[in-house]
Write a protein that binds this ligand. Structure first.
Ligand code: NI
Length: 150
């Protein structure tokens, strides 16, 4: 049996050569934010940077997937259906096909709309995130499905 080391739990000490003016400005900034630990602040920045790179990768993936995207909203307070129509037409392309949507009037106020798409994984992720940021949506999300081999 081979021994594996878990690199995510090991910590390392690094030293950084940095312009002192920039370091002062950084210390000032983190103090303003209430973080009095330079290591912690740098760790947070690195974490953010890695997460951003991961999301860039996420948006660039060209593998074919199916997607289910859903959003719940109060139809008295928003024009989500029109925004969804605009968004879905905008995303319609050879790389992402909108198969169809179902609109459910869940109760007197609330609606749930579910959309099925197929296309490049990156585009589905973009559509999920754009749907999530529509004005008036209460809860939104999406799942990617690996198409079964037929
Ligand atoms: Ni409705």
């Amino acid at each position: 049996m081979s021994q594996q080391s878990d690199t995510s739990k090991r910590t390392e000490t690094i030293s950084i050569r940095i312009d002192s003016g920039l370091l002062n400005a950084f210390d000032h900034k983190i103090e303003e934010k209430g973080v009095n630990n330079r290591s912690k602040a740098i760790k947070e920045l690195i974490t953010e940077f890695v997460a951003d790179s991961a999301s860039e990768q996420k948006y660039n993936s060209r593998v074919m997937r199916w997607g289910v995207i859903w959003t719940a909203f109060d139809h008295h307070k928003s024009n989500v259906p029109q925004q969804l129509i605009d968004l879905q037409h905008q995303f319609q392309s050879a790389r992402l096909e909108n198969i169809g949507s179902l609109h459910f009037h869940v109760d007197k106020r609330h609606c749930l709309e579910v959309t099925i798409v197929k296309g490049e994984e990156g585009f589905i992720h973009r559509l999920i995130d754009e749907t999530r940021s529509l004005q008036g949506t209460k809860h939104s999300g999406g799942s990617l499905i690996v198409p079964p081999d037929l």
